[in-house]
Design a protein around this ligand. Structure first.
Ligand SMILES: NC(=O)c1ccc[n+]([C@@H]2O[C@H](COP(=O)([O-])OP(=O)(O)OC[C@H]3O[C@@H](n4cnc5c(N)ncnc54)[C@H](OP(=O)(O)O)[C@@H]3O)[C@@H](O)[C@H]2O)c1
Length: 321
């Protein structure tokens, strides 16, 4: 089969289309013929090996995974002998982070992370949901517990997870401030944000405004700066960002939360806690709408990675097979 393969950490040019062996499903896995795989910033992080903490998970000098891509959608071609929920021919989607392999014609996945695709949705549309959707779902509703009328700020709001987070917060009646780079300001407004901030020109922690919830998708400011921007009893959730900010939230977050009414912590999502059905319900109710910026063929994976990694994507980017 054909796959976009990278043998070492590096720039998008490190990735090349190669002929590789088709994977064989283990007993608890299904083999999927992939039709669409959406990109996440985590693909870029695995490609480049930055922030450095990602290497503690994926490999210090080279990644354990040669084929990136985790949000897949396709048709089941074969099933392992212990698989009970799917059979060949089923149309499925899910986040296979942990094994990766989505930028290829076929990939294997544990049945637990997969969900049946509704007939009325396209493979492309369901492929954009799992990782970005679940970050928004947990950040805004489950852990964020955002209420109607509250003020939320989403940092990195023009990317994949941010686009869903803005939509979700608006649909639950919040007042939304969206922060991202200059070229994403109009897009964030059109996606429903009440206020937009260009992070290249303004520091949202220094303008005197206060928020009930800050969802920080790309943390670069200190925990103390973010604390200042929280309303009394406000919550700060760090999803991703620099290693320094991540460790700060890990160590200092619980201490700050213990003393005082403001809560600060990391938000970690685990693909094994499959929330795809809840995401489909949110699509059905109109609370979230997949927005696909660009589509690339399998041979275009390097360009797709560059488009996302350099921060140009307005919503999601999809590779179609
Ligand atoms: N915690 C977990 O379990 C978990 C799991 C998976 C992924 N993640 C994290 O989730 C995050 C979001 O991923 P995604 O796929 O939605 O990313 P994405 O689509 O690339 O969006 C990120 C956006 O943030 C912008 N940005 C970069 N630096 C910024 C800054 N200083 N201030 C404001 N905006 C900034 C980017 O644009 P520019 O770069 O051009 O400025 C881009 O528009 C990533 O950090 C990823 O590591 C966390």
């Amino acid at each position: 089969m054909k796959a976009a393969v990278c043998h070492k950490y590096g720039p998008p040019e490190t990735v090349a289309l190669e002929e590789v062996q088709k994977p064989t499903p283990r007993d608890d896995e299904v083999l999927i013929k992939i039709y669409a795989t959406s990109l996440n910033l985590s693909d870029w992080e695995m490609l480049t090996g930055t922030p450095f903490y990602t290497r503690t998970t994926w490999g210090l000098f080279k990644s354990r995974f040669k084929i990136l891509g985790s949000d897949v959608a396709g048709r089941v071609e074969a099933v392992g002998r212990k698989v009970t929920r799917f059979e060949p021919g089923d149309e499925v989607f899910g986040d296979i982070m942990g094994s990766f392999g989505g930028f290829a014609e076929y990939a294997c996945a544990r049945e637990g992370v997969l969900t049946l695709k509704p007939a009325k949705m396209t493979f492309e549309d369901v492929s954009v949901l799992p990782q970005a959707g679940v970050i928004a779902l947990r950040g805004i509703l489950d852990k964020g517990q955002l209420q109607a009328g509250q003020k939320v700020l989403i940092n990195g709001a023009g990317g994949g997870s941010g686009t869903f987070a803005v939509q979700l917060a608006k649909s639950f009646g919040a007042e939304v401030t969206a922060v991202d780079n200059t070229e994403k300001q109009d897009f964030m407004r059109s996606n429903g944000a009440d206020h937009v901030v260009d992070y290249t020109k303004e520091d949202f922690t220094k303008n005197g405004r206060r928020y009930d919830l800050i969802l920080d998708l790309v943390a670069h400011r200190s925990l103390f700066d973010n604390r200042r921007a929280l309303a009394p009893s406000g919550t700060y959730l760090l999803v991703g960002g620099s290693a320094k900010r991540l460790y700060q939230a890990l160590v200092l977050g619980p201490i700050i939360s213990m003393f005082g009414s403001k809560k600060m912590s990391l938000l970690i999502v685990n693909p094994k806690q499959n929330d795809n059905v809840r995401l489909l319900e949110l699509v059905e109710s109109g609370s979230i709408v997949p927005i696909i910026d660009r589509r690339y063929p399998l041979s275009g994976v390097p360009d797709a990675l560059r488009h996302v990694g350099e921060g140009h994507a307005l919503g999601k980017v999809v590779v179609t097979m």
